[in-house]
Write a protein that binds this ligand. Structure first.
Ligand code: BTN
Length: 266
């Protein structure tokens, strides 16, 4: 295999990977799999350690949020899951989602794009979805046992290949830049950025991440509506609090702290 191959195997990726833990000890590469999150969960249950990476060229049943499917055609994107075993409590999980979105946005900015973060963790370019995050938290009697952090990024998808029925209109790095992106390089940069952001979370140094998330937010100052939050809340998104929760002021002026949910169309 020549050096220009854009395949995501350990041989191609690890020589330029500057992480300490993420993807180092266990780099599990699959040509085709149902879902990297599903496989990473099995491995975590078998005891695989923090930083174990599962990466696939193609997923046949990629999992999106809220039971949706993540479109994962062969060699077009990055489909990856990392096992995390942090000493965190449940209310800190939104921070993890937010820092992942911030790390993704950082890498996409470096690639010349102008990403935005739609709370809690969609990464968009001009309103179109380029990346998604699915953090699955597995708890036991003593709190969090492990987390499978799944990330999907559309990289070399031509726009005509996307299915028509995606909830948010999609885009890819190639569509936005007009030239193909190096998946190997994006993966190396993302793993490093993610690890650095994660270290900040563990040391409780969240201010810089919050600032970045605020700067890139597509919802702050905007009207928002949660169609499925139970509370049927609508109002103006005011700010992110120190946990990464969204503060929303309803029409009566009452301020609500939204822990999770999905902002629907107005
Ligand atoms: C979303 O709905 O926005 C979240 C999408 C997450 C997709 C990624 S692709 C790699 C990992 N494995 C999965 O099955 N899902 C996540």
């Amino acid at each position: 295999m020549g050096r220009c191959a854009d395949i995501l195997s350990a041989e191609e990726v690890k020589p330029g990977l500057g992480t300490k833990v993420f993807g180092q000890e266990h780099y599990i590469y699959c040509r085709k799999i149902d879902s990297t999150n599903k496989y990473a969960r099995t491995l975590a249950e078998e005891g695989y350690p923090e930083g174990t990476l599962v990466i696939a060229e193609e997923q046949t049943a990629g999992k999106g949020r809220r039971g949706r499917e993540w479109y994962s055609p062969f060699s077009r994107g990055i489909y990856m899951s990392i096992i995390l075993r942090p000493d965190l409590s449940m209310h800190q999980i939104p921070r993890l989602s937010l820092l992942t979105a911030a790390a993704l946005a950082e890498v996409l900015e470096e690639a010349g794009l102008k990403p935005g973060i739609k709370w809690p963790n969609d990464v968009l370019i001009n309103g179109k979805k380029i990346a998604g995050i699915l953090a699955e938290v597995i708890t036991g009697r003593d709190g969090i046992e492990f987390i499978v952090l799944g990330i999907g990024i559309n990289i070399n998808n031509p726009s005509h290949e996307f299915p028509d029925d995606l909830r948010t209109p999609p885009t890819s790095v190639m569509t936005e830049l007009g030239i193909p992106g190096s998946r190997v390089e994006l993966l190396q940069k993302l793993l490093l950025s993610l690890e650095q952001h994660y270290e900040l979370l563990l040391t409780d140094d969240f201010t810089a991440i919050l600032e970045k998330a605020r700067r890139l937010s597509t919802v702050l100052g905007q009207k928002v509506q949660f169609d499925d939050s139970g509370a049927n809340l609508a109002g103006i998104a005011l700010d992110l609090d120190e946990n990464g929760f969204l503060l929303v002021r309803d029409e009566k002026g009452k301020i609500h702290t939204v822990v999770s949910g999905e902002i629907g169309p107005l």
